[in-house]
Design a protein around this ligand. Structure first.
Ligand code: PLP
Length: 392
């Protein structure tokens, strides 16, 4: 098998897996209890909190464990709304976000619209970039939240989030700034990010941790409504007995993430460039998003998104699967729905171009041999599909 779908999820790292095991069996104490067995669970949760905090330069007390990126995004938007409504009885308020966010943001924004909130969905440029000027122009007196993703899950574009956050805070300190950092967390350097934003979502399974665990960073001093009500876990802001094993695995993945990160980024970028160059030998292939060889400042190092003229991405995926290659067309969450990706449409791809998209997301675990094999298989598949054949 050749796994090229690391933006959908990643293989769990061995040490993250091993870190979970005790808490699935003998270390079953409830982290809220007072005896030694429970204290060991509590310690594991605290260590994980420290490790997650260190990736974004936050304090452990600013990290709140959730069930993953989707919950964190829902909490960020709904929590900001509730907090705003408690202080304001007039307008239902206004949010600024982007047309290329993950559905965890977009569908929550739509839900808030159904409650009367106005939402501005900023359109990116043709490479997927948003600008601080666009955000500033959209601010209204009743704007209470700006949510711009750190890096896009389909086309890998890295947004100027710090610049946007600083520009907004410069004119309006009361507007909360959230970033969905699910795709960037642990993949690129984000050590300064918590200094700029108020809220940040991340998810364990995108960086070699287990599924079903994530964080919402809430900056110290930010007044923010809880999402889950119940016990006093997570300082009373996110109730529910902690998923200690998941959190321990996530914490270990966080600890590993920055170890040798520069060489991991360099390896992924080199593999990405190798595959892009080989795909460039196929006629009528467009790379989506900002791409320049060797550069990882504007695009996630492991992300490749292409539109290939004359093919259906879904058919290519089925043929790739038969050859043992895992890839995606658009985002994993949209797979199954045949609608062209909202991200590709937002950067100006026509429907038929967008339907011919492939997303190949690499990790430092991939090898040059895998990349060469994948490129050769893709070229063959494109050839067959363009000639009306559905089998290799
Ligand atoms: N946000 C982004 C940008 C994502 O890529 C994803 C997952 O693909 C999510 C949110 C949702 O995260 P989770 O799968 O942990 O719920």
């Amino acid at each position: 098998m050749i796994y090229l779908d690391n933006a959908a999820t990643t293989k769990i790292e061995d040490s993250a897996f091993n870190a979970m095991l005790p808490f699935l069996k003998e270390e079953y104490g409830n982290a809220s209890a007072v005896y030694e067995l429970a204290r060991r669970s509590k310690k594991a949760v605290f260590e994980a909190r420290k490790n997650a905090a260190s990736l974004i330069g936050a304090m452990p007390s600013e990290i709140f464990f959730t069930s993953g990126g989707t919950e964190s995004d829902n909490w960020a938007l709904c929590g900001a709304y509730e907090t705003f409504r408690k202080k304001n009885t007039g307008s239902a308020g206004h949010i600024i976000t982007t047309a290329i966010e993950h559905h965890a943001i977009l569908h929550t924004a739509q839900y808030l619209e159904s409650l009367g909130v106005s939402v501005t969905y900023l359109k990116p440029d043709s490479e997927g970039f948003l600008t601080a000027a666009q955000v500033l122009e959209s601010i209204r007196p009743d704007t209470f939240l700006v949510s711009v993703m750190t890096a896009n899950n389909e086309i890998g574009t890295i947004e100027p989030v710090c610049e946007i956050a600083d520009a907004v805070k410069n004119v309006r300190k009361d507007i909360l700034i959230h970033t969905d950092a699910v795709q960037a967390f642990g993949q690129i350097h984000l050590e300064d990010l918590s200094k700029h934003v108020d809220l940040l979502s991340a998810s364990s399974h995108k960086l070699g941790g287990p599924k079903g665990v994530g964080i919402l960073f809430i900056k110290d001093g930010v007044k923010f409504s809880p999402f889950m009500r119940g016990g006093m876990q997570e300082s009373g802001r996110r109730a529910g007995t902690e998923n200690v094993a998941g959190i321990a695995g996530f914490g270990e993945a966080c600890k590993l993430a920055y170890a040798g990160i520069d060489s991991k980024i360099a390896e992924e970028t080199a593999l990405r460039d190798r595959l892009v160059a080989k795909l460039g030998n196929i006629t009528d292939v467009i790379v989506n998003g900002a791409y320049s060889e060797g550069d990882f400042s504007k695009r996630l190092p492991g992300n490749i998104s292409v539109c290939i003229k004359g093919i259906e991405g879904e058919s290519a995926l089925i043929m790739l699967d038969r050859e043992g290659i895992c890839a995606s067309s658009g985002s994993a969450c949209a797979t199954g729905a045949m609608d062209p990706s909202h991200v590709l449409k937002a950067i100006g791809r026509a429907d038929d171009e967008a339907k011919g998209s492939l997303r190949l997301t690499l990790s430092h675990h991939n090898t040059e041999e895998e990349i060469d094999k994948a490129a050769a298989v893709i070229a063959e598949i494109v050839d067959k599909l363009r000639n009306g054949k559905k089998h290799l």
